[in-house]
Ligand binder design. Structure first.
Ligand code: OXD
Length: 320
């Protein structure tokens, strides 16, 4: 087991592989999403466990107590009869069929470094539009020199985050730190009606998770209220009504920056790729980095083992 090359280079791994032959250590199964980097980090962070890749054919399902994963099939998880918990490699979990997974805690990743990564992505686009880089790029095409079109300072731009949580708070803090006016809106915490929020913002950052209630939450009315603003979607693709977005871009909406899509990878035939007012990035706003994520996951496993619930436990209640 655990014969992944990247892992055997880790001194910690060879040490605890030897231990595992002598004891009945439990196994942490790691989704092989990236050629072994996650496996190596998990092995280094959990010297008390035997750590195996999900593709390892020799793993005994009865010894697996924890799974670290993004997208392992539910049928595979169902074979792990002694499973204690599932630790997610990312923040979102709408791709999981919760009903098909065993009744163990599922912990989504709350990694402060990922929140910073998303905040930096958002800030760079906010500045891009505040400093009119999109307009200057157009002017360069016609060799037009005009320095007087850009009197907008950070304080003049209101950035709104639609959706709450650790990441939303970090985006707001980061933008505020750079002088932008900020406002957050979530269903449970807001100071104005939703359409007023859209009307008050120059840039709306969509950070909604995908649930039954957030599907197409940004539609015709919200985009009309945003008027000539900018939409940045780093939440989930299906929270925006794509037809409404394309229609709004035919009207006053200035631009959209889309990092997430209803179906990923985005189809090569999607009109979003070639739209002059849309920037497409391939779901990279917040990157899951094992260097920062694995210590969080290891701490969650430690908490669970002493009977405490870590942050990020996913509720199995149906979404309202
Ligand atoms: C996500 C992630 O949930 O990448 O989008 O973690």
């Amino acid at each position: 087991m655990g014969q992944n090359g990247a892992v055997t280079e880790q001194p910690e791994h060879s040490e605890h592989s030897e231990q595992s032959q002598q004891s009945e250590q439990t196994v942490v199964l790691v989704d092989d999403i990236d050629g072994g980097a996650w496996l190596a980090h998990v092995a280094a962070a959990l010297p008390g466990f035997e750590v195996c890749g999900a593709r390892d054919p020799d793993v005994d399902p009865e010894r697996v107590t924890h799974v670290v994963m993004w997208k392992l099939p539910a049928e595979r998880i169902a074979t792990l009869v002694n499973l204690e918990a599932i630790l997610m490699m990312g923040a979102g979990y709408d791709h999981l069929d919760l009903d098909a997974l065993p009744d163990v805690p599922i912990i989504r990743l709350i990694d402060s470094a990922m929140a910073d990564d998303i905040a930096q992505y958002v800030l760079s686009w906010v500045i891009h539009f505040q400093r009119d880089f999109d307009r200057f790029a157009g002017m360069q095409q016609s060799a037009t020199w005009r320095g007087d079109i850009s009197p907008v300072f950070a304080r003049d731009v209101t950035v709104g985050v639609f959706g709450s949580g650790v990441i939303g708070a970090r985006v707001l803090e980061t933008c505020a730190h750079h002088g932008f006016s900020t406002v957050g809106w979530s269903r449970s915490d807001h100071d104005r009606p939703l359409l007023q929020f859209f009307a008050d913002c120059d840039v709306v950052v969509d950070l909604l998770p995908l649930t039954d209630t957030t599907r197409s939450a940004i539609g015709v009315a919200e985009l009309a209220a945003l008027d000539d603003g900018v939409l940045i979607n780093v939440g989930r693709g299906a929270t925006v009504d794509t037809e409404a977005l394309l229609a709004a871009l035919d009207g006053p909406l200035r631009a959209a920056v889309l990092d997430v899509f209803e179906i990923e990878p985005l189809s090569p035939t999607s009109p979003l790729w070639s739209h002059p007012l849309i920037t497409v990035t391939p779901h990279v706003a917040g990157r899951s980095d094992p260097v920062t994520a694995v210590p969080v996951i290891a701490a969650s496993i430690d908490s669970l083992r002493v009977g405490a619930m870590p942050a990020g436990v996913i509720s199995r209640r149906p979404a309202r």
